[in-house]
Design a binder for this molecule. Sequence first.
Ligand code: SF4
Length: 692
Amino acid sequence: MTAPVRSTCPYCGVGCGVLLSPEAGGGITVAGDPDHPANRGRLCSKGAALGETVGLAGRLLQPQIGGQATDWDTAMELVAGKFRAAIAEHGPDSVAFYVSGQMLTEDYYVANKLMKGFIGSANIDTNSRLCMASTVAGHRRAFGTDTVPGTYADLDAADLIVLVGSNLAWCHPVLHQRVLAAKARRSTKIVVVDPRRTATCDGADLHLPLAIGSDVALFSHLLVALYEGGALDAAYLRHVDGFAQTLEAAMGGTLDPTGLDPAQVAQFCRMWLAHEKVVTIFSQGVNQSASGSDKVNAILNCHLASGRIGRPGMGPFSVTGQPNAMGGREVGGLANMLACHMSLEDPAHRAAVQTFWDAPAMPEAPGLKAVEMFEAVADGRIKALWVMHSNPAVTLPEADAVRAAIRASSFAVVSDITAETDTARLADVLLPASAWSEKSGTVTNSDRTISRQRAVRRAPGAARPDWWQMAELGRRLGWRMAFDYAHPVEIFREHAALSGIAGGFGLDFDISGLAGISTQDYDDFAPQRWPIAARQGGRFFADGRSFHADGKMRMIPVRHRPPAARLAPRFPFRLNTGRIRDQWHTMTRTALSPRLSAHLAEPFVELHPADAAALGIAPDTLVEVTSPTGRAILRALLTDRVQSGEVFAPMHWTGETAPSARIDALVAAVTDPISGQPESKASVCALRPFGA
Ligand code: SF4
């Protein structure tokens, strides 16, 4: 019997290690890897069911043009011809890549290099824009780089863990188990800040059900309480700019927008004051907001002012939704980033990257962020679009408009493992991609640990890795040498070498110690957290030194802003969207597992029983939910876990599994002005019994 192969779960940003044992009939047995530092053998329901999702049902096996099977050469000649013609006639900004946090770092690297260095546009953005862009913006404002200060080990050492806008129990279950284990072992206190009473609240000491979108008001109040309670760290504040202005802004606010019981808030503040070792975990409830960047900085402000950052058991800690959102950020796979945490706006950084790549062109300004990109598809500015491993016709806000834009676009390429997504059905050219367990490369999880994904079987049919597909476009556009990769290790080495330039600029992301990695060592690569060599202990910011040019940290004055969409008599409910425990994104993989689908079998809307009674909505009946941009038919789930006046609906269901359950069709396409992240949790809607 051969030994199982070590790989990584393809779902959430916890990045659990898995052991893969191929079976004779083509299946794969999946177990948790006891040696992986992220999970020590544990898996959640989704990871444990991975073996049920690797069949060939629904797989895309051949390239297709206009729905007809073809070969790679024909398909890529058409793709290259369309991109070449658009660039020649309309300039480099007339083309765009929309990529994914599902992609491996090597895939992401090649896509970013091709678009930014060779095509000469920054029009590459990713579905991570919907996930973590506000955190990236907040980090860069405070620290000068997109640096996650904490590690998972901090959860083991914390005395107080505050979860903000994070249903960790469902969305990062193995990490939640780690939090609960810390509580059992050392009585760690847990506070959940969330409009909903989620499953995560079940293990909490305190739940603060704040009004949707009011996080800045709460954390500004906390900053004032830290000041008045004598919990500021004067020594650390010598390294911080902006304290006085930030405190003044905080003092100008009130708790009123939160709608919280002042006694509960006072208890929260006392807990902060009583414990030095505080970790604040935050996720999509913070990020997916028109004031997401300010929310992030409101949290960071409290940690900076109290010096609770960078030391064991303390610090702000963003947990990413996707398996490789972090790797995508590292390669610069967002429209407003360069590579290796270098800055697109910095001429020295641009010049250094251009020289390293021997690239013909570099954009000087950010490209189109996700929502803007599909607006440009709609109005015809984008002439050729390539969507990789994402389903924007379902997941972007105002999804009906996005679907119409792709359908009417001049030329759309979609590469995916299946032709059965709403977006794939709109493609002019469909390209078959290698799936998890068939492709090799690296991913970075939420605590900066780089791990390998490994292939344990051949890709079926003509499916090819994403890095190969992007490199093939680069070669056909005339840049043969720059994209002459034969193996992902060559890309990894190049990425690591490029990071040495970032290190030379004094930036955080420097894995250049791995630039000479042998193929054997890449094959054997064990999980490793960066920084690899630049700083000891895998920690940042304990010394108060930031990556801003002056080395100082920044507190950012922030003030509460209500959600952009205003409640009105026609749309009196606040619509919150999110994940459920056993599904992933638009269910292309998890829906293949019967046991995962058994958890919550159909799309639903959670609403408060008092609201249901007022509207004449009975339990388990169908409800029509409408917003200014769309309509959905969902099953009524009556629960006091949501507050009156607010409703929650999951993001997963598509046009196929339930024709009117694409909830993002109802979400307004308003975005954070700094991060460009859509406000996916604060749209407005109306409800009525279906058919009434
Ligand atoms: Fe996979 Fe996340 Fe579950 Fe771990 S917690 S098994 S990474 S889905």
